[in-house]
Design a binder for this molecule. Structure first.
Ligand SMILES: [Zn+2]
Length: 387
């Protein structure tokens, strides 16, 4: 057994009182947390001690696109660049980038990932079981005529991942799926963890409201046609979310332009909803952030994601917190650490093992050595991960 104390100890929910001692078994299982005990000679760790973090949204298979896609182009041009760049690397380069990206997540104290997959490129690395994964196999398809085929392909891929860990078939984004595809995915979503990219930019809302805007450029680039699209007169979330009536455990990703009205509607429709923030990707693609204080005021359950290395310089949940801290300095660090740990574990259904220092769990320990207060993270982080 090992006994640890730290300058600041965060247990996944809140900061513990000074002098708290974390008792871990030799194989990393939490045995106890002791308060006001002086009998044990605990190993004292400098800085912050916290459970391993959860990256609720990543695309590990896009790691080879690191540094290749220009910043601040807006979502439509970003998606066109990803589409063009996806197949420019050799399988070996793709594999190597996946290995390095996973390694980086481990070094940055991440223990579990909600990972979007369109291919089986990540299977080999995921077989190593160095991280916990929930793989979300993504369906994309604008035309109803192709929906069944797209769905069947995703379902087959999902079965491959399910041999390794929990996986589910999900929709990519409101603007990239036909009504038939929405129906097919919805029908297999009962009791499944699901996710969707939500309201990432104003163009997305504009498309559904009026049928105009930048997304027509995307449709024409991919299909040389935009006549299939019908506007609903409502914005993106208000159009698609009522159709997903089987998706009870849903992670909405980005939410960059979600409003108070959208949040109220979403909360009225869903029992278990998570709002995933990917601030560094938002800055990379749109150079814009969601109204996080407004989301907090409206009781959004928040989680954090890195998105992929196509739209981020690194895969680090603490770096996402640093960005939020920079733009919204009044948000308490304790709150953001909760998003990064226990909330993320709940969102991926991994709360029985991960996300907090509670008896019987095996959450991993992360020491951020140079933290000097409970209020903020320092600029340059010194992170040690202890499995
Ligand atoms: Zn994404």
């Amino acid at each position: 057994m090992q006994f640890y104390s730290a300058d600041f100890m965060f247990d996944g929910h809140s900061f513990l009182a000074d002098g708290s001692i974390l008792v871990m078994s030799d194989d990393g299982i939490v045995e106890d947390i002791l308060h006001n005990e002086t009998t044990h000679s605990a190993k004292h760790l400098k800085g912050l001690l916290m459970p391993g973090m959860i990256n609720a949204h990543c695309h590990l298979e896009l790691s080879h696109l690191k540094g290749l896609i220009p910043e601040h182009t807006g979502l439509v041009d970003f998606l066109l660049s990803v589409n063009a760049g996806r197949h420019t690397c050799s399988p070996e380069q793709i594999d190597e980038a996946i290995v390095l990206a996973e390694q980086q997540m481990i070094q940055n104290g991440i223990v579990a990932v909600g990972d979007i997959s369109n291919t089986n490129d990540t299977i080999r690395q995921k077989q190593q079981q160095q991280l916990h994964y929930h793989t979300f196999v993504e369906c994309v398809g604008l035309l109803d005529a192709n929906a069944q085929q797209r769905f069947d392909n995703s379902l087959n891929l999902c079965r491959e991942f399910e041999k390794l860990h929990p996986a589910s078939v999900v929709l990519h984004a409101p603007y990239s799926v036909s009504d038939t595809l929405i129906r097919l995915v919805n029908e297999v979503s009962d009791k499944k963890r699901t996710t969707i990219h939500n309201q990432e930019c104003d163009d997305e809302n504009e498309l559904f409201l009026s049928g105009n805007g930048n997304f027509l450029k995307l449709f024409n680039a991919i299909l040389q046609d935009d006549s299939f699209f019908r506007a609903s007169g409502k914005n993106s979330l208000q159009t698609y979310l009522p159709k997903l009536d089987q998706q009870e455990q849903l992670i909405l990703v980005h939410n960059t332009v979600s409003t108070e009205e959208d949040i109220r509607l979403a909360h009225s429709l869903k029992k278990e909803l998570y709002w995933c923030l990917c601030p560094n990707a938002n800055r990379y693609i749109e150079n814009k952030l969601p109204d996080i204080p407004m989301m907090m005021k409206n009781d959004c359950t928040m989680v954090l994601g890195t998105d992929s290395l196509a739209s981020n310089h690194e895969l680090s949940i603490l770096a996402e917190i640093q960005t939020i801290q920079y733009y919204f300095p009044l948000i308490p660090l304790e709150e953001m650490l909760r998003w990064a740990t226990s909330n993320g574990a709940n969102a991926l259904g991994m709360q029985h093992t991960l996300g907090s220092f509670e008896k019987g769990k095996k959450p991993g320990m992360v020491q951020v050595e140079n933290v000097v207060s409970r209020d903020s993270l320092p600029e340059n982080l010194v992170i040690h991960y202890r499995p």
